[in-house]
Design a binder for this molecule. Sequence first.
Ligand code: PHE
Length: 351
Amino acid sequence: MTRADWEKSYARTESALGQAKIEAAPDLPRLEEVRVRFTGRKGELTELLKSLKDLSIEDRRELGPKAQGLKASFDAAVAARKTALEDQGDAVSLSDDAIDLTLPSLRAPRGRLHPLTTTLHEIARIFQLMGYSWAEGPHVEDERHNFTALNIPEDHPARDSHDTFYLRDLPLLLRTHTSTVQIRTMESQRPPLRVVCPGRVFRHEQLDATHSAVFLQVEGLVVDEGVGLADLKGHLQTFLQKLLGAATKTRFRPSYFPFTEPSTEVDVKCFFCPGTGCPSCKRTGWIEILGAGVVNPAVLKSVGYDERKWSGFAFGIGVERVAMLLHGVRDLRDFYTNDIRFLKQFDESLL
Ligand code: PHE
């Protein structure tokens, strides 16, 4: 190739480049077409650069940089247009799938504690403030812990009133009250002691608005020197006022439990009526909330405590009763059917 030929093809390429209007390429594929046309393997600029080798060394020295300059400005124009087109594309796709980051998100459903659990925790918390510790015992028990050590000997009519579930072929039963944990605690610890024992208990009862075959109790036991009925009344009154409000009215009725002497049942003024009587308080104006009494010396003796030195009091609180009062629930079965609409009403902040 002569120098004149080369200069002709240079001029042709240069003017073709001018007409290609790189800065106006409408999109990336079209820009790529142009790039391949000029600087691809068989591109016009590529060929021009290759054909430099046919020129004399002097011509090459002179024309080489010229051709390189042309290629450099082409490459720069292509790169600039490419960036511009890409930026445009980003802007379009951003506005196409725009997300409003300020919109509040949908709240994922959250579980919460069951109202019976929060009630049980609240009861335990108050007693903890009053210096009680926490003890637990097994659901499956022997007759000694459920009855005999609690001064309910075999053939004692009190056993009948408990409607006990016995295990088939075994001398075992499902505990009918948490008083079993009184015995277990005294067997494993020396006095003085002050414990609450929360847990599930079982009785063969017909289910209705106020009875369930499985329910929760919180047992309490205090053993010390010189402890008596006045302490019992003071502790329980303090507890009920902390739980239900300072204005809570309480009533201590004489009662009977084999393991306490004297025994009492404690009522609070009905929450559902102004004391005039309604179905919730069985028309009495009062709701029974716990059983209690001074520990029978026979019970202290059965666990090997010196009943001349030590005395105490005990109580058993029905957790469902308390939860019904606290939340205005009239049917105990609502706690067990676990209808999500019912459960959702209870405040998450109690967690
Ligand atoms: N264990 C009794 C019951 O379940 C309640 C109770 C506990 C009574 C402690 C007195 C003392 O009925």
